[in-house]
Write a protein that binds this ligand. Structure first.
Ligand code: ADP
Length: 159
């Protein structure tokens, strides 16, 4: 049984992430989507608990996908959950360099390999940072994020 860990901020989850999870769920026996508390992002849009809830609703129909949250090192979580690989999505060449460095660092400290999945071109422009900006100004993000994320973003904007 091959278990993979897909870590990210998911603030908010968008269709680029969804596509990576669907692809990984078709390739591997079990996918664990892990939302991280990112110390370098001091002002998260959604709380970690909100992100976990949105991820759970988004992937509720995929039997071999589970969701967790963490604030430790990704490799420590991978070892704790006995994940075989870390999975990351690549949008463009610009993603490659930092992700490659991270993958090599993680391999050297833990022996856990990272597998890269390419984004489909239809989703390669999606980034949570840009979606947050559009949402903050009330722009239409309905084609970019799944329904559970849309709902919570609308609730937050309304309050
Ligand atoms: P973002 O970069 O959108 O803020 P995260 O930091 O949560 O999202 O990213 C988590 C993982 O998802 C990373 O491996 C990232 O490269 C990947 N990812 C982000 N956006 C996309 C996309 N549009 N298509 C495929 N993978 C993506």
């Amino acid at each position: 049984m091959t278990v993979v860990l897909y870590p990210g901020s998911f603030d908010p989850v968008h269709y680029g992430h969804v596509e990576i999870v669907q692809t990984a769920a078709g390739l591997f026996d079990h996918v664990i989507v892990a939302a991280m508390r990112n110390p370098s992002k001091s002002d998260p849009f959604l709380t970690l608990e909100e992100r976990e809830q949105v991820l759970n609703e988004t992937f509720a129909e995929l039997d071999n996908v589970s969701v967790t949250m963490f604030s430790s090192l990704v490799v420590d979580l991978a070892q704790e959950l006995e994940a075989d690989f870390i999975v990351k999505g690549l949008r463009a060449v610009s993603d490659f360099e930092p992700e490659m460095q991270m993958a090599q660092m993680n391999l050297s400290i833990s022996g856990v390999h990272t597998l890269f999945l390419p984004a489909a071109s239809a989703h390669s422009f999606l980034a949570s940072r840009l979606i947050r900006e559009i949402a903050r100004f009330g722009g239409d993000i309905s084609s970019m994020v799944p329904e559970p994320a849309l709902r919570i973003l609308r609730e937050k904007n309304a309050s």
